[in-house]
Write a protein that binds this ligand. Sequence first.
Ligand code: NAD
Length: 351
Amino acid sequence: METILKLDGEGGSLALLGEKNDDDKWTYFIECQESAMPDILDEEDQDLLPLPHKKEIVGTDLRLALEKLGRHWRHLRPIEVHPDFGWSVYKQVLESPPIHLLHWKRVCLGNNPLYRLAEWISLSNFTVVLSGAGMSTESGLPDFRSKDGWWRRLDPHQVSNLDTLEDNYELFRDFYMYRIETVERHAPHLGHRILAKWEKKGRIHGIATQNVDGYHAAAGSEKVAELHGNIRSIRCHRCGRGAAVSDFLSKRNCSACQGRLRPNVVLFGEMLPEKAWNQAMQWFRSAELVIVIGTSLQVAPASQLPQLTSGRTVYMNMEIPDRLYRFDLAIQGKAQNLLAELDEMLESCLL
Ligand code: NAD
């Protein structure tokens, strides 16, 4: 059982507690932690609250659970807020702001890394993003290295290389046909669309992506450097002539020279596309703020880009490695949730 929110009144205190199940869903409880109820609560409220030291279950919806603390809960003094709930609680406080709102803000958001990042975004004149496979897992595309990634089933190093393309073309083609079909079956998620919106609003100035799915552009981002190419763009491996993705999916060869078709992606051992790489280096050198999202940073040279900036650096990922050098801030979580929460903070005009 964890404390979600602890409130103090003149004559007693109240706490909203929470218990998380295996699916990460919370169930909430209210507890009156002292013998007397907070003075500010009126009789009607007090009738609804549990007896002192008795925990009463109040459901799985945070909004309803908070309202069950009584009509005047926002006027009590917050003493403690669970770090994962700071923004959700504060949003609800804002719906009917109490006099001591600043105190609420300090307690709810004072140590909130996402809020700190929201402040940095609003202060920065040039913000760039580096995204990786973790940006698209919530769209349904597996990444390479986390526990549900490709790595466990098939080592992409052993397929995404020139030797396989030349010596075992069937395996190469099947692997990429499967990946193209997966990209076509899924779509960008809210997080991709938020980044596109931020570009239009001038909040970010470029995205360098290691992803080959094309989802940033599909969501509306225009300043995208695709460092590893695009899986739905096809060319002949022999003569370089472009072909339709349907030709590759129908297992055809090049119509001009009968060479093998392949996606325009960077295979292990190949050079990065010069234009995209130079563009990315220029962005990162000029950046005041670099936000890295959903990458294990194990593939060079893309992993070196954050080091080019003299600005602030932030790493947002589901897993935070024990040794993460050179980042000013690390935020653990899922890309889509984190970006949605950040967007709410930026849109709320609190900054
Ligand atoms: P990676 O698999 O090495 O690392 C992905 C990281 O994302 C992991 O650290 C994982 O913990 C994290 N992650 C997973 N889901 C997340 C989520 N919902 N929110 C936040 N973080 C999450 O991938 P990489 O670092 O991009 O590098 C590997 C190579 O993989 C790149 O060259 C890329 O071209 C290729 N790749 C691309 C795609 C794609 O285009 N969607 C998919 C798989 C692999």
